[in-house]
Design a protein. Structure first.
Length: 265
């Protein structure tokens, strides 16, 4: 009970105001209260059990007292005063025991009631502390958010909008220049590669000239010596050329004297 009383007397607001870390202190207080609450519930349960046992013993002694009174009455009716006296003595003994248990029962009920009130108060204190912790944490978060906003606004006020715009523009220009340089390097590298392959694949001028002469020879447009071959004549001219070639191939004819005379005549 003393520990429960210490917890109940503790001023939560004072703990919060003096603590360097209020949330941590509240968590510790809540943990302690929860332990005390478990202990208090156990003690209340034990006290109630003791109260019930005392009540049963009281009722038992009362029953025995009543039984001995009945026996005394029976002894009187039977004219056995000696037994009646003995029965009354037993009745008195159990009545005294019943009174003793009744007194203890009253004290136990008072103790149980006190423990129940303490348990209820401790439960309320625990719930109140939990609510205060929730509120405190919410206030702390709001304060942190306000501090962050104030810090941001302060930093924004120190730097003018024009300066921020200039820095942004410079970053954009730098990014654009880097992008253009990247494209130029890529294009230059790609162009060099294509030029090198073109030089490897393109025929030289001598190769083209030799190819042209070969085609002209196949078509009969070029002589064996490399000079231009005469183009073929028309059909009639070709026949005359054949006759001339034939006459040229025959031996010359010598003139007879008779032929000469005849001619002169």
């Amino acid at each position: 009970m003393s520990r429960i009383g210490d917890v109940l007397r503790a001023n939560i607001n004072e703990i919060i105001s003096k603590a360097e870390d209020p949330e941590k202190m509240l968590n510790a207080a809540i943990e302690e209260m929860q332990k005390q609450l478990i202990e208090a519930k156990s003690r209340v349960a034990m006290a109630i059990a003791d109260e019930k046992r005392l009540l049963k013993k009281y009722e038992l002694e009362r029953e025995k007292s009543d039984e001995w009174e009945k026996k005394a009455m029976s002894a009187v009716r039977a004219s056995r005063d000696d037994l009646a006296v003995e029965a009354l003595a037993k009745k008195k003994e159990h009545s005294a025991a019943a009174q003793l248990f009744d007194d203890q029962l009253g004290s136990q009920k008072a103790a149980v009631d006190e423990l129940k009130r303490a348990l209820s108060a401790l439960t309320s204190k625990l719930e109140d502390t939990k609510r205060k912790r929730t509120i405190l944490m919410a206030r702390a978060k709001r304060a942190e958010a306000q501090r962050h906003i104030a810090s941001t606004l302060h930093a924004a006020n120190e730097t003018s909008a024009a300066e921020r715009l200039e820095r942004l523009e410079a970053r954009v220009e730098r990014a654009e220049a880097e992008a253009e340089a990247t494209w130029e390097v890529a294009a230059l590298t790609d162009g060099l590669d294509r030029d090198e392959f073109a030089l490897l694949e393109a025929p030289s001028e001598n190769e083209e000239l030799q190819a042209l002469k070969a085609r002209m020879k196949e078509q009969g447009l070029l002589g064996a010596g490399g000079g231009q071959k005469a183009l073929p004549a028309p059909a009639a001219a070709a026949d005359e050329d054949d006759d001339d070639d034939l006459a040229a191939s025959l031996p010359p004819v010598e003139a007879d004297d008779d032929d000469v005379v005849t001619a002169d005549t």
